[in-house]
Design a protein around this ligand. Sequence first.
Ligand SMILES: [Zn+2]
Length: 327
Amino acid sequence: MDNQYYAGIDLGGTSIKMGICSPDGQIICEREQATPQGHYENVLEAFQQMLHQLLAEAELSPKDLAGVGVGVPALLDVEQGNVYEIVNLGWKNVPLKAELEKRLGLPSYVDNDANTAALGEMWQGAGKCSRHLICITVGTGIGGGLIINGDIYHGALGLAGEIGHMTIRPEGGLLCNCGKPGCLETETSATAIAYYGRKAVDEQQETRLTQTLKQQGVITAKDVIDAARSGDVVSVKILHHVGYYLGLALAQMSNVLNPEKIVIGGGVSKAGDFFLEPIRENFIKYALNKVSETTDIVPATLGNKAGWLGAAWLVHRNSRPGQNGGK
Ligand SMILES: [Zn+2]
């Protein structure tokens, strides 16, 4: 039967991940390659080539596809599929949906990459079968996606879900890239964890991170987590600081949104319960009792497949109107 499969693309500043899946989200095949630089046509060309390679590998033809979805690291007009800007790639005002449809001859859908990652986790990952989710990615920055009633919540202009820029420390907080002080991102991202590790060394606190800095010349979030795991008191304190602000922020969001689950992804979440436990403790402390009793905080499970699978779900949603949501 025609139109049985979905293609999904996760466009990143350094790599493109693309895959084909069945209507129930089973991965048929996937691949990854470096993102071409220069004019955006180069990226479209790469999309086209990768799709042909995947179709050949799966022994499918373009008419077997119901469409293609793309997650992009940018703010965009979701309805029109117009990307406002991707700074890393030098894109400005690219009509991505229209260009893709012209080039691939398939219905195309575009959303922000944090949103597609959230949709991926809802469809096939840690949020499977949930219709109300808060998804948060703790990496270089803090990304987020809100899933309400089984679909992403975009807000009036597509700006919803900017969890990283919740003001969490209005007095004495660090200045964020967005220009405002005390954002969640400045206190709890991997960048923040590394910053606080380095600060402790500079202040000559007693920590094994001093040795790490001597050996490597740099301290990463992973170094702080590893040191905490081996009992370094200063590093444990840094993770508790992070847990306090993340727990507090997620409690406030949950009191407003009442999610079934909170899914935490990104590089830092690989530390598992060791990272999640201080978050849970503070979540319980600040959320309404009934909310904290009924909201699970869980690690994301799809890793870097979440983005392209969630992008493929955009095709699923549009192929089956009215039946969306965790299925
Ligand atoms: Zn900010």
